[in-house]
Ligand binder design. Structure first.
Ligand code: HMG
Ligand code: MG
Length: 311
């Protein structure tokens, strides 16, 4: 048990506009992306990852990030993040007016090479100038570690390796570390060791986020175990869309609707209006041409409890 284990306040980092859209077959028009983010921020979500300034050849679905980010309505008190892999991405972010970026690496070299054409070590070489400029510009930095419960290319991943990479990100100046179950292989019994070792290695549990994909239906069980370990920040994607194109079989992120329902039912406070998140998902869904994975979304839709984003 940690100090934050008694706190009832949970922060949700909405990654739908980035992780949710990056692996979709259809390109979502920029206008819809802007409206989606605005609808999400109207729900009370405190942090939204808007897009990624990565190679447009690698992730064509988010090639319009430079145009989308400046058009998003910036509500006071809401964090608007973008994913940045290198200096070029940071330059684009600064031009677009970004005040918080997220850098990303992995606990497995095999995955990191396929995702970013770099070993873990090489990714830290890329981060150095990014962190230097971000610090000089007063830009906050979040750090992701992918494949913390297993890797599609290397199999088992050691919690000690996860902790080492996470602590290194913290040491270079990342002020929130998100541990990603990229392909949704994790089960609750893995959570205490991964969280415990990461905290022991120097990342305060207050700065630790868990990022679950619900590929095998274990995401909410993993959230419950993380709550017991004192974690109070979770990433989620409206509707449960999402996945990484460089992780075969990585289907949707944990749905924001499912997470909010669970947390509120358990007496945690998020400040998020569930029906408004569901409205944002309903607004986005025709552009994707497929049904959301979120079970709570479907439960709400079947009782007509999903308002339109304008309501
Ligand atoms: P590279 O090929 O090694 O880089 O890619 P490069 O520096 O040699 O550049 C190659 C080309 O890309 C050049 O263009 C660059 O200008 C361009 P060319 O001269 O050939 O026309 N380029 C860029 N263009 C725009 N913005 C940039 C940029 N950088 C280079 N920032 C790189 C390395 C990392 C850039 C590439 O591999 C890449 O963009 N990968 C993106 C991977 C990605 O976005 N994956 C999904 C996100 S991670 C994830 O989903 C996991 C997470 O959700 C957590 C979890 O679930 O675990 C976060
Ligand atoms: Mg992800």
């Amino acid at each position: 048990m940690t100090a934050s284990a008694g706190s009832r306040k949970v922060t949700i980092v909405e990654v739908g506009p980035r992780d949710g859209l990056q692996n979709e077959e259809r390109f979502v028009p920029s206008d819809v992306k802007v409206a989606f983010v605005d609808a999400l921020s109207s729900s009370g979500l405190p942090a939204i990852e808007v897009t990624a300034f990565v190679s447009p050849r690698k992730i064509p679905q988010l090639a319009d990030g430079d145009a989308v980010f400046p058009r998003v309505r910036k509500r006071p008190g809401v964090r608007y993040l973008v994913l940045v892999p290198n200096e070029k991405g940071l330059e684009r972010a600064l031009r677009a007016g970004v005040r918080e970026i997220a850098v990303f690496t992995a606990a497995s070299d095999g995955f990191n090479r396929r995702n970013t054409n770099a070993s873990i070590e090489e990714s830290f070489v890329r981060f150095r100038p990014v962190l230097e400029v971000a610090s000089a510009e007063g830009v906050r930095v979040r750090g992701y570690v992918s494949c913390v419960f297993g890797c599609p290319y290397e199999g088992a991943v050691s919690p000690a390796r996860v902790a080492e990479v996470a602590a290194r990100l913290w040491a270079i100046g990342c002020r929130e570390i998100s541990l990603g179950d990229t392909t949704g292989v994790g089960v609750p019994s893995q959570v205490p060791e991964v969280v415990g070792r990461t905290v022991e290695a120097g990342v305060p549990v207050e700065g630790l986020a868990l990022h679950f994909h619900d590929t095998r239906g274990t995401a909410l069980a993993n959230v419950c175990e993380s709550l017991r370990e004192g974690v109070r920040i979770f990433d989620a994607s409206a509707g449960g869309f999402g996945g990484c194109p460089y992780a075969p079989g990585a289907s949707g992120n944990l749905a924001t609707e499912d997470l909010v329902h669970l947390l509120h039912g358990m007496g945690y406070e998020t400040g998020v209006d569930l029906s408004r998140v569901a409205a944002a998902t309903r607004m986005l869904q025709p552009s994707l041409g497929r049904q959301p994975a979120s079970r709570v979304w479907h439960a709400l839709a079947s009782t007509a409890a999903v308002p339109s984003p304008a309501d």
